[in-house]
Design a protein. Structure first.
Length: 261
């Protein structure tokens, strides 16, 4: 009987270990190898003691900057300076929820393959040397944070629905065009920062319909028109260095911290 107990305990532990090991697809393995090759960190691995993803276990806790869910890569967030672009094969990591590379010396554009990351929740590429436009992220309907400030991105702000988006920070880039209908496209917004771009047109009057927004910054653009009535939840409104000509009489009824314009 004791031997039977030992046998069953051993089997149970083996099952746990098996369930926590990576079950990566070949596409995921290819993406990991590409990241190792591109982000050489001046000759050393950007992810600590990375081995061969086909032989070692990337989900075993020793691969710095990686996390797994159900045996697949769900987070890429190395904590060291990187060098080079994001490889196109990043789109192979279809289970990824969090992609964070703030201030990692990343260059180039956001690969179009990022549109394949339908489970993406957080995209943070802030404080890098990136350029180009934002690829279509409309398939990532669970995206909550889009943080791209302090780069050289251009084009227009996304004008498709991201129903769970809470934090969008595109400050200090080269975005142009009009502000999107944020009340319709991003109804869950809390924080908005579009400052220091080349945006034109007016602030949407329907922004008063946003139920949760607390901070809204559009400073240093080329906006015109009047400031609409602000939501009761608003705590900070920044719009200096534009050409706004009129303040709605109802705009600041709720003690908003207004930065002059």
């Amino acid at each position: 009987m004791p031997n039977c107990k030992v046998f069953f305990v051993s089997c149970f532990l083996a099952l746990i270990i098996f369930q926590t090991r990576a079950i990566l697809t070949q596409n995921e393995i290819d993406a990991l190898n590409d990241m190792k090759m591109v982000w050489d960190n001046l000759g050393s691995s950007p992810f600590g003691p990375w081995g061969d993803p086909e032989l070692d276990d990337p989900c075993g806790g020793l691969w710095d900057g990686l996390s797994c869910t159900n045996g697949h890569i769900s987070r890429v967030s190395p904590m060291v300076a990187l060098n080079g672009p994001i490889p196109e094969s990043i789109g192979n990591l279809t289970e990824m929820r969090i992609f964070r590379l703030p201030q990692r010396y990343i260059s180039g554009t956001i690969p179009s393959s990022i549109s394949q990351l339908l489970k993406l929740q957080i995209l943070d590429l802030s404080n890098n040397h990136m350029e180009g436009t934002i690829p279509d992220l409309s398939g990532a309907d669970g995206l909550t944070d889009l943080i791209l400030f302090n780069n050289a991105f251009n084009g227009t702000i996304p004008d498709y629905e991201l129903p769970l988006l809470e934090n969008i920070n595109l400050a200090s880039n080269n975005f142009s065009g009009n502000l999107p209908e944020i009340d319709i496209l991003f109804p869950e917004l809390l924080l908005v920062n579009f400052s220091n771009n080349q945006l034109v047109g007016s602030i949407p009057f329907a922004m008063s319909a946003l139920r949760f927004i607390t901070d809204f910054s559009v400073s240093a653009n080329k906006l015109t028109g009047s400031v609409p009535t602000l939501p009761e939840t608003m705590e900070l409104f920044e719009a200096e260095h534009n050409s706004l000509t009129q303040i709605s009489s109802q705009a600041f009824l709720h003690g908003v911290n207004l930065v002059s314009f």
